[in-house]
Ligand binder design. Sequence first.
Ligand SMILES: *[C@@H]1O[C@H](CO)[C@@H](O)[C@H](O)[C@H]1NC(C)=O
Ligand SMILES: *[C@@H]1O[C@H](CO)[C@@H](O)[C@H](O)[C@H]1NC(C)=O
Ligand SMILES: *[C@@H]1O[C@H](CO)[C@@H](O)[C@H](O)[C@H]1NC(C)=O
Ligand SMILES: *[C@@H]1O[C@H](CO)[C@@H](O)[C@H](O)[C@H]1NC(C)=O
Length: 242
Amino acid sequence: MATRKDAAMFSSVLLVLVLLCGPWAGCRAHNITAILERYPEYSLYNSYLTRTKVCDEINAHETVTCLVLDNGAMSTLAAKCPLAAIKNALRLLALLDYFDPPKLHALPSGSTLTSTLLQTTGNEAGNLGFVNITNLRGGRVGFASTAPGSKFDSTYTKSVDKIPYNLSVLAVSAPIVFPGLFDTPTAASSNLTALLEKAGCKTFARLLTTSGVLKVFQDAMDKGLTLFAPMTKRSRRPMRRI
Ligand SMILES: *[C@@H]1O[C@H](CO)[C@@H](O)[C@H](O)[C@H]1NC(C)=O
Ligand SMILES: *[C@@H]1O[C@H](CO)[C@@H](O)[C@H](O)[C@H]1NC(C)=O
Ligand SMILES: *[C@@H]1O[C@H](CO)[C@@H](O)[C@H](O)[C@H]1NC(C)=O
Ligand SMILES: *[C@@H]1O[C@H](CO)[C@@H](O)[C@H](O)[C@H]1NC(C)=O
C-alpha cells in the first residue's frame, strides 16, 4: 500500500520532471544531431543536417521519423548536387509522423501517404512534399515521392534509434527522389557551367569543371557569388562579371 511518504516522494519527482521539461526550461523534445552523433556510419548525413540547418526544422517537430542514409549513400548524393538540392532531399526524408518497424510492416491496405518537412516549406509545388510508403513484395518497405514517374528506389534497412511515439530514426538504402528534385528553382537558375557558357567563358567553365573547383563555386552560389571570368575569345573586355 502506498504511504503518505511515497506520495510525497512521487510528487517531488513529478515536480522535478515538470521543472526540467517545462516550456520555461527551454527543453527541446529531441536533438537529432546529438542522437546521430552516437552512430558514426551516419556522420556525413548528420553533418549535412547541420550545414543545411534541417536539424533545427526536425527538432521543431514533436512527431517525426528521420530516414537516414549511411556515409556511402550520402556521399553519392552529396557528389551529385548543390547544397540547396541536398537540403530539399533531406527535408523529403523527414516524415511528419511516427513510424517504427511494426507500423511500417503492417500498413493498412499496404500503403500510406505521409507529409514531410519539404511540404511545410511552402516553396514547392503542393504534392512534391508527400511520400508514399508501400509494403513491397518480399517483406520490403519502399518509400517514393508522389510525383509522377517516381520509383520505390528507397527501401527500409533497419531501425537505428527511437524516442517512442515522438522520434524514430530509420536507415534507408537511398534518398527519395523525383524527376526535377535536383532542379529546384535555385539549383536550376544557378547552373554555373551554363551561366559561364552563355557569358562566353566556355574555356574557363571547362577549367572549373575539370579542376573540381566548380562544385565549391556552385555551393557558394547558394549564398551569393560574384565571379570575374576570362572570356574565351579575344575581346575588348577581357573579363566578364557574372
Ligand atoms: C512527445 O510528443 C508529445 C506530443 O505529441 C509531447 O507532448 C511530449 O512531450 C513528447 N515527449 C517527449 C519525450 O519528447
Ligand atoms: C544538439 O546537440 C548538438 C551536439 O551534441 C549540440 O552541439 C547542439 O547545441 C544541440 N542543440 C540544441 C538545440 O540543444
Ligand atoms: C502508393 O503507391 C502505390 C504504387 O504506385 C499505389 O498502388 C498506392 O495506391 C499508393 N498509396 C497511396 C496511399 O497513395
Ligand atoms: C549545367 O549546364 C551544362 C551546360 O549547359 C550542362 O552540360 C550540365 O549538365 C548542367 N548541369 C546540371 C546539374 O544541370
